[in-house]
Design a protein around this ligand. Structure first.
Ligand code: BES
Ligand code: ZN
Length: 621
């Protein structure tokens, strides 16, 4: 056995128990004692004050006869009143304490609940700085007609706008009544019901985890893309968005054929303002999307395939703790690629996966051993740390490995049964593995050794069994790139006019991090990369131009990072600027003038980059 394989296997002896892994360290909830089963929200949106105020009524399932406290998660919430409701709806005040806030978890709301009431109502108000909400003035929207509000609850920010058991281990259905000013359309992660006396009404009949609680409000228009799908956006954006996402019904049919019926009723998509901090968020029945995926040529719609795929992997079968997030993101990245293959062809699917695999290998180098594990040791991960390529791409790669070993027919049927078996449940990595062993590995002996499975899941790095599909176009690009870098091929002689977006991404990803100034200038003169309207190209090009010392690229980079709030795209530009004192000063000035326009999460992330650069000015990027 090779030494690397030996070392990898040695790392598999787990220093923690399955019970410890099943604990969610990012919530004060005690699901073994009591669980929220249903929530009724009655809320009013106050745009001038930037607050949501109202009540949430929680239906409780008491599971431990000795329990007498209901512990909820909150962050920066003002609690106005807590009461127990009896069957007739009579209210009785309950005593409660709001603990001193923990920087990461927020404040535990401990409610004294002797007698284990079946329903508890909390009257509360959010802070204008709520970490899970962004309030935009109308000047910050595309149409400048009305202010805008949106939530981003994953991972642990639902607690900043609703007091609840904010752990993915607990699932509940919900209903909501929301009051907003005339002309403000409200959308939630739920099915819309007819308005009642001007109050907008929603119903989520399925039990969902708290991180899927979502709300958005603004001047919004709807355009149907099929009888059960539609795009929502500001009126001036909606037609372009509906054209870009017109394959959504085909994507849904593909996924249903593979993995069983879509169980959520409608699938709508909401295009948010550019400050939305992620590419997409799989809020049930209402996926939230960054406008940066609208490239005009459908080249970035795999993000939509990804969020749709979560309707099976993630929303139906959910990771029970943040340490298990690869069950959501890895499975989803795998399904996403299957959707892309069925709708856009195998070449595009393979190209997308090979690009992602290249990014994973690159990023893996700067991750700790624990972060390189699909299922990391629970004590060493933050709730938001899981958004690395390991959960996504290594997770998907593991499923590709299983698919290759068992064959598509067997593996597709297995995955369909898995989604069915665990539907509307939250599970740990270990529960998934037990099911995998009993229903796939042991049923088809001789295909995969259990050791190999454990190596994929528990060992750092990538196993030797990781294979990539051959992509002939990429082999040709590797040769041209090499020719360009050794000077035998001029920038203008590159066959870039024939490359699709993914081929360009592959070309750019494997350029040096800091090309020479002459190389950057030549490429930009021939291909106008700094001006690309494709945000994924900008994310790869602009940092390289900055690192090469091309100050001509600075204004375009500044415009890019101020326009785009999606963290994955904007942070690499900040990091590149932060690698020299002059660049750092330039980025700080730009940020200082515009920080109020960013989402609270993006602001936090940018400030971390800038702080770090000051702490170690000589550090290489
Ligand atoms: N659920 C994630 C977004 C997320 C993960 C938010 C963890 C907060 C914490 C969503 O499904 C996602 O993965 N979005 C990706 C898109 C994708 C195609 C990789 C993104 O935002 O880049
Ligand atoms: Zn995802």
């Amino acid at each position: 056995m090779r030494l690397s394989a030996l070392l990898a296997l040695a790392a598999i002896a787990l220093p923690y128990s399955a019970a410890e892994a099943a604990q969610d360290p990012y919530s004060y909830a005690e699901p073994d004692k009591v669980r929220v089963r249903h929530a009724e929200l009655d809320l009013a949106l106050d745009f001038p004050a930037r607050t949501i105020a109202g009540t949430v009524t929680l239906d409780l399932d008491w599971r431990d006869a000795r329990a007498s406290t209901l512990n909820l998660d909150t962050r920066d919430l003002a609690i106005e009143r807590v009461e127990a409701l009896d069957a007739a709806g009579h209210a009785q005040a309950l005593r409660y304490t709001l603990a001193v806030p923990d920087a990461e978890l927020g404040s535990r709301l401990g409610i004294a609940a002797p007698g284990q009431p079946a329903r508890v109502r909390i009257a509360y108000r959010t802070a204008p700085t709520a970490s899970g909400l962004q309030w935009l003035d109308k000047q910050q929207t595309a149409d400048k007609q009305a202010p805008f509000l949106f939530s981003q609850s994953q991972s642990i920010h639902a607690r900043s706008w609703i007091p609840l058991q904010d752990t993915p281990a607990v699932r509940f259905s919900y209903a909501a009544r929301v009051r907003a000013a005339q002309g403000i359309k409200v959308l939630m992660s739920a099915l819309r019901q007819p308005a009642q006396d001007g109050v907008q009404v929603f119903r989520q009949p399925h039990p969902i985890p708290s991180y899927l609680m979502a709300i958005a409000a603004g001047a919004l228009a709807e355009q149907a893309t099929s009888p059960r799908t539609a795009v929502w956006a500001e009126p001036s954006q909606v037609a372009v968005a509906a054209r870009e996402f017109s394959d959504i019904e085909a994507m849904m049919r593909t996924t249903e054929q593979l993995y069983g019926p879509y169980r959520w009723g409608r699938y709508d998509m909401l295009v948010l303002p550019p400050s939305f901090p992620f590419g997409g968020m799989e809020n049930p029945e209402m996926t939230f999307l960054t406008p940066t995926v609208i490239a005009g040529d459908k080249s970035l719609v795999s993000v939509v395939a990804h969020e749709l795929a979560h309707s099976w992997s993630g929303n139906l079968v959910t990771s029970a703790t943040w340490r298990d997030i690869w069950l959501n993101e890895g499975f989803t990245t795998y399904v996403e690629n299957r959707i892309v293959e069925a709708v856009y062809g195998k070449t595009q699917a393979d190209e997308e996966f090979v690009v992602a695999a290249g990014e994973l290998k690159h990023k893996m180098q700067s991750l700790s051993e624990n972060q390189q594990r699909l299922a990391p040791a629970p004590r060493e991960v933050g709730a938001d740390d899981a958004l690395t390529d390991v959960a996504y791409v290594k997770g998907a790669w593991f499923l590709r490995f299983l698919e290759a070993r068992f064959g598509r027919v067997v593996f597709d049927a297995y995955l369909r049964d898995y989604f069915d078996h665990f539907a509307f449940q939250s599970i740990t990595t270990e529960q998934m593995l037990d099911y995998l062993r009993a229903n796939l590995v042991d049923r088809h002996p001789g295909k995969v050794d259990w050791d190999q499975v454990e190596q994929w899941v528990y060992a750092p790095g990538l196993p030797d069994s990781a294979r990539l599909p051959a992509v002939p176009a990429f082999t040709a690009i590797d040769a041209t790139r090499a020719g360009f870098l050794d000077g035998s091929l001029s920038a203008a002689a590159l066959p870039g006019g024939d490359w699709n977006t993914h081929e360009w991404l592959y070309f750019l990803d494997h350029l040096p991090e800091a090309p020479t100034l002459a190389q950057v200038q030549a490429l930009d003169a021939a291909w106008r990369l700094a001006r690309s309207s494709n945000a994924e190209i900008g994310m790869r090009w602009l940092p390289r131009a900055i690192r090469a010392g091309d100050s001509a690229a600075w204004p375009a980079a500044r415009a890019y990072m101020l326009r785009i709030g999606r963290m994955k795209l904007t942070l690499p530009v900040y990091r590149a600027f932060a690698s020299t004192p002059a660049g750092l000063a330039y980025a700080e000035t730009a940020y200082g003038a515009h920080q109020a326009e960013y989402h609270p999460l993006t602001r936090q992330a940018i400030e971390k980059v800038l702080r770090k650069a000051h702490a170690q000015p000589e550090a290489t990027p």
